[in-house]
Design a protein around this ligand. Structure first.
Ligand SMILES: NC(=O)c1ccc[n+]([C@@H]2O[C@H](COP(=O)([O-])OP(=O)(O)OC[C@H]3O[C@@H](n4cnc5c(N)ncnc54)[C@H](OP(=O)(O)O)[C@@H]3O)[C@@H](O)[C@H]2O)c1
Length: 345
């Protein structure tokens, strides 16, 4: 393997400006790894967060970023990696457990299970919107420690309904589409201006989370049905609270998987709720569900047009790693059903 020159988007500590500088790529790949040249990156709320807050599972200096799409440059020797060829167009989830495995670099090492070929017609700016949001939604829905729902293709969801709170968000858009593909009906919340968009992703019934009667309305709707659980996919810091109240007031026993932290003391008696988190140990807790979605479901669903690119990518003006800060700053202003993306060239 030739050893390309590489630059990366570094965060040396929480609270200091990020810096773009050289970062060598390894001279050889592990058997289960692939090396890609990045063509587009997407930014997530966690990237903005890690610039200011030192989370316990992050070791600084760190390279930021989880979401990338690009072209395969080298393939590890293991049998599972052989599904890739040099030149393949792929997307990848790069949770950055090893420093060279984070996304905001010109060349990114991916675990073969967290990379996936994309359709020839799909632009890199579209492909990079999926990784972290899809991994989170997949972990929450199908992970045995969370909702533990059956996977797409297993056909066991029929007749049951999932509540996705925050269906216009990146995580929520993927949760709706994955739940539908697994055979569930979906009730979702979003702003009124996103109703049609969220229905287009597969939600059968949509409520405005800003309505004063939203909790009453959602409880009434869920209790007309057999409900498989609740996924709180978006919201502010205490954004899980409405979902906890819905679970408490519903006559059904509804587990709440939460993309946002569950504040201490906020869970009513009798309600089961868990913060969904990709652990930083070994391959992380999203590995099993994400690699299965990438291997068995998503490529074909995208190829057939059965899975939509959502949220819609919004590409910043500045190209290359120099555009990452612009993208993070734009995200911090707030987005509605948009994914902020940077193209490499
Ligand atoms: N635990 C994890 O592993 C994990 C991983 C990824 C993300 N997250 C977290 O999950 C959340 C969503 O991430 P994301 O990337 O999907 O965010 P995002 O797309 O940037 O979120 C923006 C969307 O959130 C929706 N929203 C805002 N406030 C809401 C509320 N009170 N109720 C329902 N929806 C609301 C908005 O919907 P409208 O436009 O319709 O108003 C907007 O479209 C973030 O807090 C993020 O930090 C957690």
């Amino acid at each position: 393997m030739s050893n390309p020159t590489n630059r990366a988007f570094w965060q040396d500590a929480a609270g200091v400006p990020s810096a773009i500088r050289e970062s060598p790529v390894p001279s050889s790949l592990g058997p289960h790894e692939v090396l890609i040249k990045a063509r587009a990156w997407a930014v997530n709320p966690v990237d903005a967060y890690l610039q200011v807050v030192a989370l316990p599972f992050i070791t600084y200096p760190a390279i930021l970023g989880t979401d990338v799409a690009g072209v395969v440059e080298a393939v590890g020797s293991g049998p599972a990696s052989q599904k890739f060829r040099v030149g393949d167009r792929v997307l990848g989830y790069a949770p950055g457990r090893k420093r060279e495995g984070a996304a905001f670099q010109e060349h990114v090492v991916l675990d073969q299970g967290l990379a996936m070929k994309i359709p020839d017609t799909m632009a890199f700016r579209e492909a990079c919107v999926f990784p972290l949001c899809l991994a989170t939604a997949g972990g929450a829905l199908f992970g045995s420690e969370y909702l533990g729902l059956p996977f797409p293709g297993e056909g066991k969801g029929e007749g049951k309904t999932l509540l996705v709170w925050g269906g216009a968000a990146g995580v929520g858009s993927n949760a709706i589409q994955l739940a539908k593909a697994a055979g569930f009906d979906v009730v979702a919340t979003c702003s009124a201006h996103n109703f049609e968009l969220v229905k287009g992703l597969g939600a059968g019934k949509v409520f405005d989370y800003k309505s004063p009667s939203v909790i009453d309305d959602v409880v009434a709707e869920l209790d007309k049905r057999v409900c498989a659980g609740i996924f709180q996919a978006a919201g502010p810091q205490n954004g899980v609270v409405p979902c906890l109240e819905i679970a408490w007031r519903s006559k059904q026993d509804l587990f709440v998987a939460c993309a946002n932290l569950v504040p201490e003391g906020s869970v009513p008696q009798g309600v089961r709720a868990t913060f969904v988190l990709d652990t930083s140990d070994e391959r992380g807790s999203y590995y099993g569900t994400t690699s299965k979605i990438f291997a068995d479901f998503l490529p074909r669903a995208l190829e057939r047009g059965e899975y939509k690119v959502a949220p819609t990518p919004e590409v910043v003006k500045t190209k290359g790693l120099e555009g990452i800060q612009e993208a993070i700053d734009l995200l911090k202003q707030g987005v509605s059903a948009k994914k902020i993306v940077v193209e490499a060239e």
